[in-house]
Each structure stands twice: as C-alpha cells, then as structure tokens.
Design a protein around this ligand. Structure first.
Ligand code: AMP
Ligand code: ZN
Length: 460
C-alpha cells in the first residue's frame, strides 16, 4: 500500500516513507484549554484521527505513535481564570479552568468518534525540556537574553553557514521581506523586529518557573517553544508527520522548525507538514461578533457526533469547508441509511475502493462516494470500511433509540397508533387509517408498510 501525502514544505504530494516503519510518529498541535472548542477546532482533530487510523491500518496499531499536546499556559487561560474564579489564588483558578476545559474537550472529541492520541502531553509538564532547548539555542548563537526575555533570532539562523533550513522556507516568506515589512513599534528588548520570544518574565501572581540562561526573575515559555519541547520529548529530534490548521503555518510552525532544527543541528524537524483548510459557517467566517460561533458541545445537543464527523469528511481536508445546516441534514440521512444497513452486519475487510482514495492524500470525499457504491452490493465491506473510518460505534437499535429520544417521540404511543391504524385498515376504514398516518407524520414519524407489517422511524 503506497500512501501519498501533500507536504506543505515541498508543496507537493509525496510518497510517505516513514523513518521507522515500526514506529511511525506524528505530532499535531492541540487545543489551548480556556473555553469550549468550536467546530473549526474539531476539523484538525477529525482529519488527523482519520490519518492516525489509516496509519494504524497500514503499519499496525502498535507501530504508530500520535502525540497531540494540550497548551495549558497562555494569557487567555489566565484571563479566563481571573474572570471565572475571582476569589481564588490565580494558580488555583488556572488549574480549575484547564482541568474543566480539558475534560470538556475530551468529552467532545470522544463523541466525534476520535481515538485518543497515544500521548497527550501538557505544556506545564515539559518546562525542563523547554529550558534545555533554550539553553542550546543561546549556546549556538541563535538566541539571546534581553531584559529577562530570551529571544530567537531568525537572522542569526539564516546567517549560519550550515545545513540548517532557511527561516521562512515552510511558509514561503522571505526573511528580507519580513524585515522590510516589520512594524516600527517593536518591543524595545528585541534586537531585530523579526525576533520572537522563547521565554519571558511572568507578571506577579502568574504561573512562573525558574528561568534559563541565569535569568534571576522567574518566567514562562513562549507558545512556539512548547511544541518543539513536547515533540522532542515524545517523538525525538526528527519525526515523520507534523500537522495542524493552515493558520498555524506562520508563525507557529515556521518558528517550531527554526527552534528544533537549530537546537538539534538538524536539516528537518518533520518529514511531512500537513495542514487542514479553514472552516466557515453558512458562507461566513466564524466569529463571536457575527454571532455564528458554534461550539462542538452545542452541536452535539442536536446531532449525533458521527453526523458531525461525516459532515466534516465530505470535504477534502485541504479545501475550505462551508458548514451548513443543509449539509448536516444530508449527513444525518446518510448515517441513518448506513446504520440501518450495516450497523448490525458482521464487519468484513475494509473495501479497496475506500482505502485507495484515502491513500491518495486522504481523499475522504471519494472514499465516501465509494461507501455509497458498496451499499447495494457488499454490506460486510461497507460495515468494515465504516468502522475503519470511525463510524458505527452504536448498534442500529441504539442509533434509532437515540433519535427517538432526541425527537421527544414516545415509542409506546407510536406503537399504539400503528396498532390502531392496522385495525382500521383491516376493517377497510381508510379515512381513519390515513388520519393516523398524518398524525404520525405530524409527530415526525415515518411509517412503511410491507408484507411483514408496518415499521416506523423518526423522519429527519
Ligand atoms: P487554536 O485553539 O486557535 O490554537 O486552534 C486549535 C486548532 O484548531 C489549530 O490546529 C487551528 O489551526 C485549528 N482551527 C482553528 N480555527 C479553525 C477553523 N475555523 N477551521 C479549521 N481549523 C481551525
Ligand atoms: Zn504547536
């Protein structure tokens, strides 16, 4: 099986060759835990879950290591903690916010049918590794101390006469242009406008740790160095795949590459850089001010998680996705059909017609088209393929029962009306039988008559 992946760095689809087929390694930037995750945040989680499942299918479950971090040190977390728990010491309030939000995040993404990553490191548990990377960068001449900050110098990196990558290569930006375009009101402790923070002093009461490089004041890490440290600790200096949303290419991933390659004297940090496109809602950018900001949690109140999952995978991961009510309704219908047909079938091997498009840079829309093609001719391959993609976690009865519950329809009442209608039909009282059918339809119940009797389901 040949897997091909689009690599943001080389701007082309390349055959995926792992550094070690017994230990395939992937890192994906995870959430900053300060609030409910929105449906845009769900996109990288679902997309890279599909890749994780595909890699496990190819290389074996025990041979794939997936690391997705939790960022639990950040200004947004501090602000939220001070606002929600004004009576508590800030550090305690922060712990409450990160624990609560982390739990919520897990509940959300579990419901979306995503496997837990192999490791979910927390930034605050990797401060030692961050300090070590920072010390190495200073020793190598890539970073410097100024007013209790440590700053990384992209210009020092690009001046180094070595096999390091060029700063700007991932995001295809030239450092000269960045220098020319830099704003004038640059922080006074920076030598150059393009320098970015590796470490900074903490304000009184904020979380703080002993600083590197002999800085006396306690401080805290910058965001970019957190991911370099966690990836290093769990995946080593050089690994296979690094992923996240397209907005992270610059500056976050550009800076991660710079830090890791300069600290470890490597040409590369990851061999394949993968980025998902952005999600918008009903053709508009999602934002709190537009009032179209939807959390995963809110959507899960109206839709089973697998409907959200399918809706996400109908679009190729690199394309922008327009999240609409109409598309959600269609996804729900498709899943109803699959559940009815395949949820209780013995799952066979996933179909080649489904695997092949996935091997071509995760072409999930084509894989879904192939699933539709299987429904009439190979239900066991349909069941096996759906399971590989993270669907059919429930039985057909559970799925139907949940729909009934969500719709508020009382199953006993429906059965009673159907019995009445059957009686009316047998005495040829079609006026009454039609009246009951209309009554059921008004309740949102669709009925189907066959030789075996009358069956019913919730019409979406
Ligand atoms: P954040 O919490 O903003 O750092 O985002 C966490 C992850 O969600 C990152 O991989 C982002 O790239 C991704 N992300 C955020 N907003 C969207 C969006 N509207 N569409 C797709 N991905 C997003
Ligand atoms: Zn990151």
């Amino acid at each position: 099986m040949e897997l091909r992946l689009y690599d943001t760095l080389s701007r082309e689809k390349r055959t995926f060759l792992p550094l070690d087929a017994n230990n395939v390694r992937m890192y994906v930037c995870g959430p900053t835990v300060y609030d409910f995750a929105h449906i845009g945040n769900a996109r990288p989680v679902i997309v890279f879950d599909v890749l994780f499942r595909l890699l496990r299918h190819i290389y074996g479950e025990a041979h794939v290591k997936y690391v997705r971090n939790i960022t639990d040190v950040d200004d947004k977390i501090n602000d939220r903690a001070a606002r929600d728990f004004p009576g508590l010491p800030l550090n305690e309030a922060i712990r409450k916010v990160t624990e609560q939000t982390g739990r919520q995040f897990h509940a959300d993404v579990d419901a979306l049918g995503c496997l837990r990553p192999t490791v979910e490191p927390r930034a605050t548990e990797h401060i030692g590794e961050m300090r070590e990377i920072i010390e190495r960068l200073i020793a190598g001449g890539f970073a410097y101390v100024a007013e209790d900050h440590v700053l990384f110098s992209p210009q020092a990196m690009n001046a180094a006469n070595s096999s390091l990558p060029r700063y700007g290569a991932l995001s295809k930006r030239s450092l000269d242009e960045m220098i020319a375009g830099a704003r004038v009101d640059v922080a006074p402790y920076k030598r150059d406008a393009t320098d970015f923070v590796l470490w900074k002093p903490s304000k009184p009461g904020e979380p703080s740790w002993p600083s590197p490089a002999g800085i006396k004041a306690e401080g805290r890490p910058g965001w970019h160095v957190e991911c370099s440290a966690m990836a290093w600790k769990h995946l080593g200096e050089h690994f296979d795949i690094h992923g996240g949303g397209i907005d992270l290419v610059f500056p976050h991933h550009e800076n991660e590459v710079a830090q890791s390659c300069c600290a470890f004297h490597r040409e590369r940090m990851a061999n394949y850089w993968m980025h998902n496109g952005f999600l918008q809602v009903e053709s508009e950018k999602m934002s709190k001010s537009l009032g179209n900001f939807i959390t995963i949690h809110e959507l899960l109140a109206d839709w089973p998680g697998e409907v959200l999952r399918l809706n996400m995978l109908k679009t190729h991961y690199r394309s922008p996705i327009d999240w609409t009510m109409k598309s959600l309704e269609e996804s729900a219908k498709t899943l109803d059909d699959w559940y009815r047909l395949a949820a209780d079938a013995a799952p066979g091997k996933p179909a080649a017609s489904v695997i092949e498009p996935l091997l071509d840079d995760l072409n999930t829309p084509l894989a879904i088209a192939a699933l539709h093609g299987l429904r009439g001719n190979d239900v066991s391959a349909l069941a096996g393929s759906l399971r590989l993609l993270g669907f059919l976690s429930e039985s057909a009865a559970q799925w139907e029962g949940r729909k009934q519950q969500a719709s508020g329809v009382d199953a006993n009442e429906v059965e009673r009306l159907i019995a009445e209608r059957t009686a009316a039909r047998s005495r040829k009282d079609f006026g009454e039988s039609d009246r009951i059918r209309d009554l059921l339809a008004a309740m949102g119940v669709a009925i189907k008559d066959s030789k075996e009797g009358t069956t019913w389901e919730i019409a979406r």
